[in-house]
Ligand binder design. Structure first.
Ligand code: NI
Length: 172
């Protein structure tokens, strides 16, 4: 197991479309475990391959609250096959957009099809915060960040500040 470095915006690697996984083999399973460990260490509730520089369609999620048993989910090639018209709003953050949060509107309920840890095709219905979190992670696989769902003005302000922060860190 290893903790992987997390890429932060603005970075072109976060804007790319990730490639599908053919088979969930041992290599993919190692990636899943490393991503989970990286996510727990951060700490965060979700992580997608591109955030650790791996352009593969792999995500990990755990929305269990403090005090609850961990509920890790590992998915390859997750896709939304159905979504509700009803929307919900959650305040979202992202390990690749540190320190910033914004309310994002997304479908309240989705059905996700994915390849699980055993390379089996699964379909799962989810709602609430879990549904939001999985949609956020699937966005990453298509080069989309949560700030792409908010106003241009707010997005450019956040990205400008993050860019300045990176330059300042690079000088140290
Ligand atoms: Ni994110």
């Amino acid at each position: 197991m290893a903790i992987l470095p997390i890429i932060t915006a603005p970075d072109l690697r976060l804007k790319k479309k990730a490639a599908s996984v053919d088979t969930v083999d041992d290599g993919v399973r190692v990636l899943m475990h490393n991503m989970l460990e990286t996510m727990y260490d951060a700490p965060g509730v979700g992580l997608a391959g591109p955030q650790v520089g791996v352009l593969r369609r792999v995500i990990v999620v755990d929305v269990a609250r403090a005090g609850e048993d961990p509920a890790p989910m590992m998915m390859a090639n997750p896709e939304i096959i159905a979504s509700s018209n009803e929307l919900s709003i959650f305040e979202e953050g992202c390990l690749s957009v540190p320190e910033y949060f914004a309310e994002v509107k997304r479908p309240e309920r989705v059905t996700i099809r994915y390849l699980d840890y055993e390379n089996e095709i699964r379909e799962q219905k989810m709602d609430g915060f879990l549904a939001t979190c999985v949609q956020h992670e699937i966005d990453h696989l298509d080069g989309v960040l949560f700030v792409d769902h908010i106003s241009n003005l707010k997005r450019s302000m956040i990205l400008r500040k993050l860019s300045k922060l990176k330059k300042a860190e690079a000088k140290v």
